[in-house]
Each structure stands twice: as C-alpha cells, then as structure tokens.
Ligand binder design. Structure first.
Ligand code: GLA
Length: 726
C-alpha cells in the first residue's frame, strides 16, 4: 500500500518503490517527520526533533505548547510563532493574518483526480497510484485547508497541492498559497538550480545551502528564461550516479517562487509554488482556491537517477495526446531560412527541396498573417497575408501535401501589436492600467487572458485555421514578459489575482484547443525556452529549447534542461553554419550530434547549402526516423559536463538496452590531448555491442568499465556512436 496510516502513532506514511515520506499528527498539528530512502512501516516517532530551542521564539498556548519555530511542519503558515517563511498566509476580515490549521481527518482513494483548471500529473490505467487527502481547519479563522498527496508508487513520485476553502460568511484574502513545503532536519545540502537569460537559458548552478534564504523566482508573468520552477537539493557528495537527491518541480507556467531557507538551528525549509510577491486572492464565503501542483521525487542513485525518474514521469504521466509516445516528425522550420521575407514561390522552392531530403513537416514561422513584414505589427490579426501568399495557406498546403509532407504554422496568440486591427477594435483587451503608459516588449502588448471574450476570440481565430485540416503542427510563441498588469473587467480588489487568473485563462484555452484538435502537434516556445516548464508540457509535449541554435551553446542549455525535462520535450534543430546567433562555424556532424534529441529538425534554408550538406540532411533525417523512438523513450545519461570540462558527453540507452546512442563534443582545442576514455552507463554487462560507424565490437563491461577511447584535438569536433547489441 502506498499510503499507510499507523493509528497508534498517528502517523501517515507514503511509500514508493524507493522512497518514504512520513507525517505525524501531534496536538492537531501536522508535522513532517521524514523524506528519504524507503522505510518499513513501523512507528517512526523518534524522528520528530523537539529540542525546546526557544531562542526568543514563542511557545503555543501560553507556555505549554510546542515552539513552532523549532519543529518541522508539513504545511507551515504564518502568525503563531513559526518565523520561517510560510507556505501560506491568510488575511482575515478583521485584518489579522494568522492561520492555524489543525488536523481534522484524512481519506485515501485509488487513482488521482484532475486539478481544477490546472495542469497536473495523471494516472494511466494500471498505474499504482493512491491519493491521500488531509483535511485541516482553522476554527477561529473559519478556513479549511485540504492537502492532497498522490503517490505514484513505481515512479518514486509524490505530487502535492493544497486547496483553501473559506468557511466563514465574510471574504478572506490569501496572501500566499504555495504548493508544497518540505522541512528538512539538516542544512548540509547543496542546491542545484537552472538560471539564465534569453539564448542562454537553463544553465546549471550548484552551490552549498547558506544560512538565510535562497530564492529562485519569476514575477515576469512566465516561468521565464531567468530561473526555472524547480529545486534540487542533495548531499555535497552526490554525483550523477550516487548519493541522495531531492527534487521539487512546479507544474506551472507563470510567476513562481522556489526557495530554501537555512534556519538558525541548522535545518532547512524548501518551498515551491505561486510567487507570493504581489499575490493576493479574494476568497468569497464558500469559495475555494486550488494551488498548482508540485512534483516531488527522491533518488538515492544520484542526479542521474533523479532525472530518469522525472523524465519517465513527465513523459508518461504529464504529457498527453497521440504524440506523447510517438516519434516526432522530422521538421524543417523556415524561420532562420527566411525570417519575415518569404512568399509563395520561396516556400515552394524550399518545400520541393525539403521533400527530397526526408523532411516530414515544413513549418512556416512568423510573418504569414496580417501585414507582418517585421516584428512591429499584426499580432492578433490571424488572417493570411495575401500579398505574400496569394493562394492562401491552401496553395502552400497543396504543394507541401503533394510533396508528401505536412504543414505547420506559427502563432503568438497571447499577444497583440498596437498596430493591428484587433488592437484598434479592442484596446481594452490588452493587459493595462488606466492612465498609465503601456510598456511594449518587441513592439507588442499582452492580451488579457483573464477575459472570456479574449479567450473565445483566440479560440475562434485559431480553430478557424485548424478546422481546415491543413495544419498538423502549431508553434505557440510568447515573446515578452508582463508589465502594467491590469485588467479592465476585474474588480479593483481582484487586480492582484491577474497573474494567476491569466494562466487559468491560458490553460482553459489550451485545453479547448488540444481537445478539439487532437491530431495537431503543439510545440511551446517563448523566445526559445522562456516558458520551458512542466505546466506547458501538459498541453504541448515539446518546447523550442532555445532561440540559440548554435550546437556549442546548446551543449550547456540541453545539459541543464535535462536535469528535469525529458529529451522528447526538447526541440533541437540542425541550423546553418556559421550560426546566426553566435557566428560559430561547426561541421554538420557536430550540429547533428547535438540536435539528436527526441524532437529533431532543421532550422536552415535547404536550397542555400551545398549538395554535400543536403546529402548529410538526407542521412540525418533517415537516422532520426530510425532512432527517434529510442531517443525519446531511452534513459538519458549525462556523462561529461560542459560546465566542468573542455568537452561534453552524454548517451541515451533504449529501455531494452539493445541500442545506445552516445555523443561527444570538444569545445576547446587540445594541443596535446590526454588519453581520454568515456565510460558509458546503463548497458547490459554481458552483452556484446557493435558500433555502427566503426564496426568495432565491445562487451558491455568494456564499454562501462574502460569506456570508449577518444581521439580528438580540434575544437567543435564531435563523435557520434551508435552501439547495437549483437
Ligand atoms: C521567437 C521564437 C523564434 C521565432 C521568432 C519569430 O523569438 O523563439 O523561434 O519563432 O519568435 O518571431
């Protein structure tokens, strides 16, 4: 049983294959006892540390109760003496901001219900999943708190979220409502996070936890290029293959906060959820508020083990639809080939050429609608620009279809250009604050997706095009962050709700679209990876990883992204050389080696390259068609980190261990290179493997023990190996 209740000890224990998570009810308080390697189901009361360290903190109930500041709480709230950061803050009608939730009851049920209006992990038929629901109440504050825990036994995953219900007959305000808190009894932990910027997102940073608070967050109205909504905590000696690691990932795409606080008593509190800065949510009498979901995973086999678990969970139990398990089509996106400068003839030329190369899906990026010759107009006017495409999408489609390919197009639905018919007709449809200037980013404003009429307009505009049946793929972009966050329709007291209401609106729109058009492959994008998060993966199984398509730069970006997100979620394309963002010159082989992820394609003009490169495209497209399944479902191993060395290496091993695709790239020239060998992982020790390109044969033990020998000295050169069991 995944959820075990020890009545005598008043202890609730959640078990997965390799981990346990234990809570205890004492004096009505819900305490956190343990999260780590799997335990047996006995009474673990001794794990509760109550040392009476007051240090100027208060005891509850006069001087007889516990010192909240000194104990580990399952879902800490503000106001009764716990002076660490809270998971929630409630502001009552009398102005007090105390919350004191006490245990009332709990229930356990098989399976997992969807979250109301929010993306969340789900159970497939046959999955061993149980859901625990703990009800707590603040009797004085007349508020109910329900904590949900779904235990995915085989995946070593526990999902959490909280629901607040106002039981009083007056309005109350939630000042903070995070998804999960974990009180560790120790602070000797490293924190691993992603940080970055546009074109350099999801870089890895690992640092020892310090006293005080480390906060990664976004208040940008998107999960953002700058931080990513997850936290990893681990022992200082935890490596890729060994040691304990704890991961908390938020299934959400908007402003968030993930923090860890080293406490005065050498403990640590991790929190993840909606960013409390600027947050406020009015709860009317009887109303409820549901937080986004947090996904928790413990690994005792290192960071690699943690990533494998998240990859599997997100691939199988978060991504949805017919593309979830399918090899993704080989696509060619024309953005870097043409930018805004295309017409029907140019597309035809590229299409005719691409078909011969093995491309399966041709994508017309930005510029096909309104009068969009540059990025300063027309967002919102989702009508084909007949100057460029006189025969409409129909003519383009017919030619592409005749060539045996599918057609994809770009949308940036959440935006409006001030120079657009939509904005001229509905200036109040943009997020704005009356009497204040409207700040533009890339000459555009953000539509107010809290409004039903805006959602309906977008649904109709997009559905009108998708209904024709010509479009097989949509790239859904989002190219600026929020400022002047105001809505014309919402009551003044509810304006703090807009950042979250915006995402409820976006998710509702996406749900309608993916339900109505199940055959369309949606790819998320936000200037590349500005919204690469588990929330978007629920609607769109892949994301354009970065606007930086340079193979060398992508090494760090993809390595960092792989901490949590599966290869199948990462779109990676072979782009032109010299690269358009960096000017790096790399050979085709290196660009291919790096781009071979679960979602592969090209970002170049096939008519403008040599016949030799076209042949390389043919061969690489065929290779992906053959190996795409393995790359999407296999176990990804980070072998050499580009953050530490002058090279990077990784491998993907199919679940049956029959195929291993491995890549190595040298990022700096070596005058006198070392004897470098690359030990692989996850192979069958007693099997023999033949490497496809060299014909060499190795045992699994050799490949994992000694490894493969590397002879490279020139920077940006690479090796791609395909080992097949014989
Ligand atoms: C964003 C995307 C690019 C491209 C452009 C089009 O920057 O990340 O891939 O689609 O928009 O304007």
């Amino acid at each position: 049983m995944s959820v075990y209740f020890n009545k005598e000890a008043a202890q609730i224990q959640l078990n997965t294959t390799g981990s346990s998570y234990v809570m205890q009810i004492r004096d009505g308080l819900l305490l956190h006892l343990y999260w780590g390697p799997r335990l047996d189901d006995r009474d673990h009361s001794y794990m509760h540390w109550e040392q009476g360290r007051a240090a100027f903190s208060c005891r509850m109930e006069g001087c007889t109760g516990p010192i909240l500041d000194d104990i580990r709480l399952e879902y800490p709230t503000w106001g009764r003496g716990d002076n660490r950061s809270p998971a929630a803050e409630v502001i009552h009608p009398n102005g007090s901001n105390i919350a004191d939730f006490r245990y009332v009851s709990h229930t356990v049920a098989d399976g997992k219900a969807p979250l109301c209006g929010l993306p969340a992990m789900y159970a497939n038929a046959g999955d061993d999943v149980q859901t625990l629901e703990i009800t707590l109440e603040d009797k004085v504050g007349e508020m109910r708190l329900t904590l949900f825990y779904s235990v995915f036994y085989e995946l070593d995953i526990i999902t959490r979220h909280a629901v607040f219900t106002n039981l009083s007959d007056e309005e109350a305000i939630l000042g903070a409502a995070l998804s999960a808190a974990v009180d560790f009894d120790r602070a000797d932990l490293d924190i691993i996070t992603n940080y970055g910027t546009h074109c350099a997102e999801r870089q890895i940073e690992r640092a020892p936890l310090r006293r005080g608070k480390t906060v990664l967050s976004s208040r940008r109205g998107a999960s953002s290029h700058v931080h990513n909504p997850f936290l990893i905590l681990c022992d200082s000696e935890t490596s890729e293959t060994a040691g304990s690691a704890y991961g908390l990932v938020l299934v959400y795409s908007g402003s968030f906060s993930a923090s860890v606080e080293g406490t005065q008593f050498g403990a640590a509190r991790a929190l993840i959820g909606l960013n409390p800065e600027g947050f406020g949510w009015m709860l009317e009498p009887g109303a409820s508020f549901t937080t986004p979901e947090a996904v928790l995973c413990f690994s005792d086999d290192g960071l690699g083990g943690l990533s494998h678990r998240f990859h599997k969970a997100f691939r199988r139990n978060l991504c949805r639809g017919k593309f979830r398990d399918a090899r993704r089509p080989v696509l060619l996106n024309m953005w870097e080939a043409c930018y805004f400068g295309f017409d029907e003839a140019r597309i035809k030329k590229i299409a005719d050429c691409s078909a011969d190369l093995g491309v399966e899906l041709l994508v017309i990026d930005d510029g096909w609608f309104g009068r969009r010759d540059t990025d300063n107009c027309s967002l919102g006017d989702w009508v084909v620009d007949r100057r460029k495409l006189p025969g409409g999408l129909e003519a383009v489609y017919e030619n592409i279809h005749k060539n045996g390919m599918q057609l994809g197009i770009w949308f940036e639905p959440e935006m409006v250009s001030p120079d657009s018919d939509l904005y001229r007709a509905h200036p109040d449809w943009a997020l704005h604050i009356p009497d204040r200037p409207r700040s533009e980013g890339r000459h555009q404003l953000i539509l107010d997706l809290t409004r039903q009429d805006v959602q309906d307009y977008l649904y109709d505009s997009i559905a009108d095009i998708l209904k024709t049946g010509m479009i097989s793929y949509v790239k859904w972009d989002f190219n600026r962050n929020m400022a002047e966050v105001g809505s014309a329709l919402l009551d003044a007291r509810r304006q703090c709700e807009i950042p979250h209401r915006y995402y409820l609106g976006l998710y509702a729109l996406l749900e309608r679209l993916v339900t109505a058009f199940p055959d369309v492959l949606f790819e998320s994008c936000s200037g590349g990876g500005g919204r690469f998060d588990a929330g978007m993966l629920y609607y769109m199984p892949q994301t354009w990883t970065s606007d930086n398509s340079d193979a060398i730069e992508r090494l760090k970006i993809q390595y960092g992204t792989s901490l949590v997100y599966p290869l199948s979620a990462m779109s990676a394309h072979v782009s032109a050389s010299p690269n358009h963002q960096t000017g790096h010159v790399t050979d085709f082989a290196t660009r291919l080696t790096v781009a071979l992820t679960g979602s592969f394609g090209y970002e170049l003009d096939p008519t403008a390259i040599s016949e030799e490169e076209r042949q390389a495209i043919r061969e690489s497209a065929a290779l992906f068609k053959e190996l795409g399944g393995v790359l999407a479902e296999g176990d990804y191993h980070r072998l050499i980190s580009p953050y530490d060395k002058d090279c990077a290496a990784w491998s993907v091993v199919s679940s049956d261990k029959r195929v291993c695709v491995a890549g190595f790239v040298l990022t700096h020239v070596r005058m006198y290179g070392p004897n470098q060998r690359l030990p692989l992982r996850g192979l069958e020790p007693d099997a023999n493997y033949k490497e496809r390109f060299s014909g060499r044969i190795f045992s699994g033990r050799e490949l994992m023990g000694f490894g493969i020998d590397i002879h490279l000295s020139l920077e940006y050169k690479s090796i791609l190996w395909i080992f097949e069991k014989i």
